[in-house]
Design a protein around this ligand. Structure first.
Ligand code: UDP
Ligand code: MN
Length: 258
């Protein structure tokens, strides 16, 4: 039987949320043996996400965990100021370690854990690459870090350094979308989690440091020569006309879910 891929996705309410989750869920429908762990950055589960998941035909677990107020990015803050999705990814890890284990079949440790932000673009191939992860597998990420791509550099089948535009001396200078971890390793290291206080660019390292060393990384995507996932970002839609119409009482019907 194929190892299950547990995909942990932090998500938060905004105008493009339904569009992002629709695109993502329809990608995942093409991936066999995938379990989607959706963690809302919210004090409660929202109807929009609840209904979208219910209709999705996916295997999923719906969780929520609000970002602490002092950790949350404020309107107007530059996006690099604070890491995003931290408490949500940690909540997904907690579910795997505690709640899932208490369920029937929860002793099955065969599986792979991947952190998939809701706005990235995923090729179906990347899921088949990561499915054979023994400890931690790695691959290039496109359109990230002010570069065409970032990637681990592979020599003789081993990762020897990283191609990145910024602080290559970081323990693991990789984007969240560029690695997957075996469920077994996640369960064997119950303390490993994302540190929201880690300095900028060290979030991925804060999780991976306790789990592997560079020479143990398993390069995928043809020795890290292929880009199969892209750190795309969605433009914030302009609401100028909406607001102008609203002022005249002619705004879009709030009963229509977007
Ligand atoms: N996110 C969240 N709460 C927030 C901001 C972001 O849960 O307040 C989620 C978001 O939906 C995404 C992930 O965290 O799945 C990373 O956020 P984003 O894509 O904005 O980060 P970036 O692309 O700038 O790294
Ligand atoms: Mn993003």
């Amino acid at each position: 039987k194929l190892p299950t891929i547990f995909v942990i996705t932090p998500t938060y309410a905004r105008l493009v949320q339904k569009a992002e989750l629709t695109r993502l869920s329809q990608t995942f429908l093409h991936v066999p043996q995938l379990h989607w762990i959706v963690v809302e950055d919210s004090p409660h589960k929202t109807p929009l996400v609840t209904e979208l998941l219910g209709k999705s035909k996916l295997n999923y677990t719906h969780l929520h965990m609000p970002t602490a107020k002092d950790r949350k990015l404020q309107e107007g803050d530059p996006s690099w100021l604070k890491p995003r999705g931290v408490e949500q990814r940690n909540e997904g890890l907690r579910w795997l370690r505690v709640d899932r284990r208490a369920q029937p079949g929860g002793d099955n440790q065969q599986g792979v854990v991947y952190f998939a932000d809701d706005d990235n673009t995923y090729s179906l191939q990347i899921f088949e690459e990561m499915r054979s992860t023994q400890r931690v597998s790695v691959w290039p990420v496109g359109l990230v870090g002010g570069m065409k791509y970032e990637r681990p550099v592979v020599e003789g089948g081993k990762v020897v350094r990283f191609h990145t535009g910024w602080r290559p001396s970081r323990p693991f200078p990789m984007d969240m979308a560029g690695f997957a971890v075996s469920l077994k390793l996640v369960l064997a290291n119950p303390e490993a989690c994302f540190d929201g206080e880690a300095p900028m660019g060290f979030l991925e390292s804060s999780f991976l440091q306790g789990l592997v060393t560079m020479d143990e990384l398993e390069p995928k995507a043809d020795n890290c020569s292929k880009v199969l996932v892209w750190h795309t970002r969605t433009e914030k839609p302009k609401m100028k006309r909406e607001e102008a119409l609203q002022a005249q009482g002619l705004g879009s019907d709030p009963a229509v879910e977007v």
